[in-house]
Design a protein around this ligand. Sequence first.
Ligand SMILES: [Zn+2]
Length: 427
Amino acid sequence: MSRVAAGLAALMLSAGAAQAATLIHAGRVIDGVSDSVRTNQTVVVDAGKITAIESGFRSPADGDRVIDLRNGTLLPGLFDMHVHLTGEYSAHSEMDDYKLNEADVAIDGVVYAQRTLMAGFTTVRDLGDEFRASISLRNAISAGKVPGPRIVAAGKAIASTGGHADPTNGWARKFPANPGPEDGVINGVDDARKAVRQRYKDGSDTIKITATGGVLSIAKNGLNPQMTEEEIRAVVSTARDYGFKVAAHAHGAEGIKRAVRGGVDSIEHGTFMDDEGMKLMKEHGTFYVPTLSAGRWVYEKAQDPDFFPAIVRPKALQVGPQIQATFARAYKSGVKIMFGTDTGVGKHGDNGREFKLMIDGGMPPMEAIRVATSVPAKFLGLDDKTGSIAVGKLGELVGVPGDPLGDIALMERVVFVMKDNTVYKAP
Ligand SMILES: [Zn+2]
């Protein structure tokens, strides 16, 4: 028998062995739920599920694979509750609007999804795309055609005319530019209902609205309210008919309050949230997804006078530093927080930087890990499958070198990623 054939035979034997499992020898296990850290554990993944968690380092049976994370920490696969996987902002983004076709955007999405997974993020909420590309990407990943995180997709975000997610802002008049509910632009409650129903037809999993102006759109004001409370209520009540949760992009205080009173489930960015807004969020149980890394990124890029279009730069300078201060106040006041970065603004794969910024804002490391694992899993109704390390849960696991509770920046250096019974990255 040739060496290749012998190797193949051995491979087939190991694949056929019923007991073959992945044994992860972990120096520390943070389970995503409890405050305690278990040391020197073996976590066993078999057929995609966690089948055992044992003290000590179990010896492998024939065919078992061992992951040596004895110097590191094993965590549940991470969640990023605010990404845009099918794009990445750059100095030429304004021109991309005119140059990129559906296929370009779809291929970019495949590349960015893989980078996100390799950074340890096994589930993401994609809060706005073009060409419904995030929905196709979600389907391809869940069918095992391309590697990537589980995607909870909003599809096209819903805005009002000239609002933050009106895709035609800044276009010359010679281009046709009067989008309606199908393209995610609404004016009035009937449009609001139709836009949600269109997202249902598109195959979206969740709804995203832009309740105020935003930083990167070609428009003057980043803070102004851009929907009436009636429009927001119409979005939310229609969303409930279809089992959708609603996420609201909102920077200004008035738009934040309208969105919370209108019944949305999460406020994204929340930059100029005032005390009344925080009080309302606590009363309504609304989550805050701060996206500190996006704030930091736009502020840094705005130091270069040529990076952003002239209309965007002052907004980037204003909003960036403010989010960090707002997060610190909101956390202290007891607003519920979930981890989200707005990556797409900033480079895909850098999502882990958010942890350090959250710790800088006063959140303890263990809590930052929880709001990136079990808390969003529960919010998305996935907590029976993932978001924690427990027997019976899916083997969606990541490892970092060393102890992230002592050095949170280790969350940016993921060395082990497992999902779908596949080890994508091993130490
Ligand atoms: Zn966003």
